[in-house]
Design a protein around this ligand. Sequence first.
Ligand SMILES: [Zn+2]
Ligand SMILES: [Zn+2]
Ligand SMILES: [Zn+2]
Length: 331
Amino acid sequence: MSEITPHVVEMYGRRILLLSNFIEDCILPDPLIADMWLVNHQDRTKVRKFLRSVVCSHDMRVYLKPIYLEDSLRSFFMDDERVMQRLSDGFLGNADPLQIATLIDQVAYFIEKHGRGRKKKASQQEQILQYIFDYNYTRRRKIVPMRLHQSLTGYTYPRIDSFFFNMSDAYLNSRIILKEAEEQGYLKRTYFDTQHLCKSCNSGFLNYHEVCPRCNEHNLKASNLIHHFRCAYVGPETDFVFHNKLVCPKCSVQLKNVGVDYDKPGKMFTCKSQSCNHQFQEAPIQVCCVDCGTKQEPYELVVKKVYQYELSEKGIQRFLFNEDQVSLQHG
Ligand SMILES: [Zn+2]
Ligand SMILES: [Zn+2]
Ligand SMILES: [Zn+2]
C-alpha cells in the first residue's frame, strides 16, 4: 500500500485528487478517494509513465477514472503534449465544469452497470479490446491514429500502444488487434492515410535517394538541361553560364526568356563518385531505411493503409453486454 497522503480538493462539489506525489513514485492511487484526478507534475517522463500505468491497469475504476491535465503543464510536456492528451481526458481549461461533471457521472454509472461479474478475457488481445470498448464507450471517442515521430511507422494509437514495451511490438500488435476486431464486425473503420514502410522493419522513416544507374552511388550533381531553340543545342545549364548571363556555347547568342528563345527540358545528373563520372538524365530512386539501414527499391516497400475506428453495435453488445454466447451460437 502507498504511504502517500492523498491531496484532495473540492471543486464544483466533486473530489479532485492532485496526483503529483503519486506520479513522482509512479503509484496508482486508490480509485475510491476522489471523483476525478488532476495531473500536476512537470516531469513529462514521469507523467507519461504514470498515465501508461493507468491505461494498463486491470481495475476498471482506475483506467476509466476521469483524468485531466493542469493547463500550466503544456510548456513542460513539449512534444509529448498530444500523447498526454490521448492518455487522459485532456487539459482542464478545455473542458467546462458541466462536461467534467457529466463525465464523472457517466463513468460512475458505467462502472455500476458493467463492473460487476466481469470475467477476465482469455487472451491479452481480447483484454485490450475490452479496455478499448470500456474507455471509448464512456468517452464517446473514436480510435483515431495520431502522427508521432516517436513511433515505428510515424502513426500511433497511443492508448493501445501503451500496452507494449517497444515500438515494433506496439505497431504489430495494435494493427492486428484493430484489424481482427474489424473483420469480426466489432469495429467499423474509415480510411485515414496510406503509408510506405521498410520491407525489413516496418519503419516509416525512409530516405529517398536518386542514384547513379551505373555504380549505384547517390552522390550526384543535378543541373538543369537547357535547350536553345535557335540552334537546337541541348546541354547542362553550367555550359551556358557566362559572367552571370546565359550564353549558348554553340552559337554564342545570349539567352533571354525561358519559353521564348530557350526552355529547360529536364535535368542532367553527373555522378560524383570518383571512378564513375557517369552523366545521365533518368536517375533511379533507391530507398534507405533510417532505422535499420536496409536499402530497397520503391516497389519493395510495404504499402499499408491506416484507419480510424469506431465501436460497432455488434462490438458494444459483445464487449459491454456480454453477448458472447449468443454470437458464438449464431456463428
Ligand atoms: Zn556512378
Ligand atoms: Zn545556340
Ligand atoms: Zn528498416
